[in-house]
Write a protein that binds this ligand. Sequence first.
Ligand code: GLY
Ligand code: MN
Ligand code: MN
Length: 480
Amino acid sequence: MEQQGGLRGVGSHDRAVPAALAESFRQGWADSSRKLPPVPGALYAAERRAAVSERFPGERIIVPSGGLKARSNDFDYPFRPHSAFIHLTAEQATQAVPDSVLVFEPTGTGHAVTLFTRPRSRRDGGADPAAFYRDRRHGEFWVGRRRTLSETADAFRVEAAERDDLERALAGNVPTRVLRGEDALVDALVPPAPQAEAELATFLSELRLVKDAWEIEQLRAAVGSTVAGFHDVAGELRHATGLERGERWIEGTFNRRARLDGYGLGFETIAAAGAHACVLHWMRNDGPVRDGDLLLLDAGVEADSCYTGDVTRTLPVSGRFTDVQRRVYDLVFAAQSAGIAALRPGARFGDFHDAATSVIVEGLDSWGLRPGGDAVPADTALYGRYTVCGSGHMLGLDCHDCASARQQRYLDGVLEPGHVLTVEPGLYFQPDDLTIPEELRGIGVRIEDDFLITADGATCLSAGLPRDADEVEAWIASRR
Ligand code: GLY
Ligand code: MN
Ligand code: MN
């Protein structure tokens, strides 16, 4: 609850604070000010801010972090800043302050950058002297300590100011572009400029296409933790088979790793057993995990820096693929291998998808599986009935990273060193698909790995996991 009895963030069931207690709260606290080092990655963030400044000379640029979203009453969903804000600050998720706003103010030579934030509230007075112990959303005694303004300036190497001063700072007739939709106050203060704002969103998205050394380190760590989570799950298959909602056990096992190693998940864990594997983003995870079925686990640990992994393995729950499961698995494996072989700088982004798709089309054709019923498939796009989606995407701060990049830089673009992407072909034979033999119905297989494009090829960041069918079986046996 935002407002109760004139106090911010006080719940309906909170009791009034007697004057003597309020007075007591004002004093008797030790000095706990700190000298903070810059956040890890601060220097890289400064380079990204310099790129923004160079691209938009003479304009005010506003990038909000976004704020809290109420779950119900005075409980909020966990806060995670907008990826563009993270990219330009290198903020860590655990320290992030809701309602922060990064403002680039044009100067004669470039921009002065100020981070407007909610600093740690004072205990000895100020506008809201009760906030630190009464405010459930922002108070230090409720949600933990925030940085002071000078700590914020030291951490990010920018000017720091109170969010309460934002309205004054945004006054004046300065050409302005804002990342709209993240902060209601900012949106209200800045008149809409759809085209200019779309250009800003595109620029910020494309700025993330090529990862710098620090981002690659973060992605390696996130994918490394993701791999550890898959090892955890492989050791829990047996336990999951005894439970009514074994998928939840699988999900919980992975999610424990995500919270232990990182901030959490890059996306909700997909733990799909049996025919659920044919639902691409099965996140209900309320089904059993049965011997004889496949378990498709698609999951990613998001590091404290908010970079995420995105890996899929499809495991035989019993430890051994049946013949028909292995046939499907081997075809997806061959398709993924062909896609991986097509990764190199200078290749078109679409090449790995085309390579993987060719293998799948040839494989299905050799099984006599021809969508549309023709002797020879006239249109290989029809095989999309069994593959449903593309074979990969850019990966970074977002699982589906750089989503506002222009088609010519992404889907029709060319791979460059520093791109990080997934290769994840799949086959999904729906349980009610009458165009396929009965033995295939209800089988879904996806294999997904994360790759860094290098100067002369590609490096698999998730190579710590077995990939081919024999290795997968040996892995499960070893984790028993
Ligand atoms: N985990 C979602 C995806 O692979 O795209
Ligand atoms: Mn995935
Ligand atoms: Mn993916």
